[in-house]
Design a protein. Structure first.
Length: 200
């Protein structure tokens, strides 16, 4: 006999937590176990006004959104935000409830420009996170590609690792800035061009 399934569960109300919905062996759980994101707050604290304006989007949330894009090879931040809206594992990683709104791309872009323009802070944060991944064995610096080409090896393995990770962080940073600039220009806004000081 052929079975036929109807769709009664689409509107079913159940009690469940994000913790229950994310598989124990999911990559976001493994990253969460070794990633210490608390170092971000003191690094960005000086970029915020202490006594003016309302609360901003959490800086760790912004960085983790970028990390999801990088980890899962999502082609753009706009697409990443769309994926976060429906992916419970991504929401768990970000600490967003099922009923919480994911920051819009324009919100992400505005916060990125206001906080990180003319600084290397985003790149520095991303470098430290990638370094944590390398140290935990999740990322092999030997296979980090920069614009589809390998970075030449160096006899000093520590320097070699740092060079690979630093260049990977910078490459991602530049791609993200380009996407934000493209969006700004598409909406009639002036693109920003960060300073190059402090880069290797």
């Amino acid at each position: 006999m052929m079975g036929k399934r109807n769709q009664p569960h689409r509107s079913e109300n159940i009690t469940v937590t994000l913790e229950q919905l994310v598989p124990a062996d999911h990559l976001v759980r493994k990253v969460d176990q070794v990633m210490d994101s608390q170092f971000i707050y003191p690094l960005v604290e000086k970029l915020y006004c202490e006594n003016n304006g309302g609360p901003s989007v959490d800086s760790v949330l912004l960085i983790k959104m970028a990390l999801l894009q990088y980890l899962f090879g999502i082609p753009s931040m706009r697409k990443t935000i769309q994926e976060i809206e429906t992916n419970v594992a991504y929401r768990w990683f970000l600490g967003l409830g099922l009923d919480e709104k994911v920051p819009h791309f324009s919100t992400f872009g505005k916060n990125y420009v206001r906080r990180f323009q003319d600084t290397t802070i985003f790149e520095d944060i991303f470098y430290k996170i990638l370094t944590q991944g390398v140290d935990a064995g999740f990322v092999d610096p030997v296979v980090l590609f920069i614009d589809s080409t390998h970075v030449k090896a160096n006899a000093n393995k520590l320097k070699y690792k740092k060079k690979h990770v630093r260049r990977a962080a910078r490459f991602y940073h530049d791609e993200l800035e380009q996407e934000i600039n493209d969006d700004r220009e598409a909406h009639g806004k002036k693109a920003f061009y960060p300073q190059e000081e402090g880069r290797e």
